[in-house]
Design a protein around this ligand. Structure first.
Ligand code: GDP
Ligand code: MG
Length: 163
């Protein structure tokens, strides 16, 4: 069994963009299993010769706020159960949301290895907007732009080392 890496985070933070960035560049074999894993995407991929299965826990497109929060938690809990390593994606443009704090709490309790990414960081003013994320009590953040490929290889080197 290859190690499993799950990408989690609230909607629109860039999970799918990150998933595509990592897998597309490696010509990954993307498998969707209809039904059981309705709104997740799996790909077997590799980085620095480490093979792993990447999961995109996307597809939270519900409008009702309560269902929405519950669904996110459920997805994250399932993903975390399956995963060896979890990547929590945060949004450097919209900033910290209560959902992020919720998810960070769930992940902390899981005692899995977690990487914290602040996505959509494309210039220095966004870099300076990051201190609010330190209230999550996390030691290390990776600031990245999944869309533009900034910071991804440094993050992926560390991720591959942890597998
Ligand atoms: P998901 O809901 O977490 O899967 O988020 P998506 O990957 O679908 O991205 C949500 C939106 O954010 C899309 O409009 C993306 O183009 C945009 N986005 C994703 N990554 C970045 C990034 O690194 N920088 C910027 N500026 N936008 C991004
Ligand atoms: Mg998505």
């Amino acid at each position: 069994m290859k190690p499993v890496v799950a990408i989690v985070g609230r909607p629109n933070v860039g999970k799918s963009t990150l998933f595509n960035r990592i897998t597309r560049s490696r010509d990954a074999l993307v498998d969707d299993f209809p039904g059981v894993t309705r709104d997740r995407h799996y790909a077997d991929t590799m980085w620095n010769e480490k093979e792993f299965t990447l999961i995109d826990t996307g597809g939270f497109l519900l409008s009702d706020d309560d269902v929405f929060a519950t669904e996110i938690r459920q997805h994250v809990e399932i993903a975390v159960d399956e995963a060896d390593v979890v990547v929590l994606v945060l949004d450097g443009r919209s900033g910290l949301s209560p959902f992020d704090t919720d998810l960070a709490d769930i992940l902390r309790r899981s005692e899995k290895k977690v990487f914290y990414l602040i996505n959509k960081v494309e210039n220095n003013s966004q870099r300076h907007a990051m201190p609010e994320f330190y209230s999550l009590g996390v030691d290390k953040f990776y600031s990245v732009s999944a869309e533009h490929g900034i910071g991804i290889s440094d993050f992926m080197d560390d991720l591959a080392n942890a597998l």
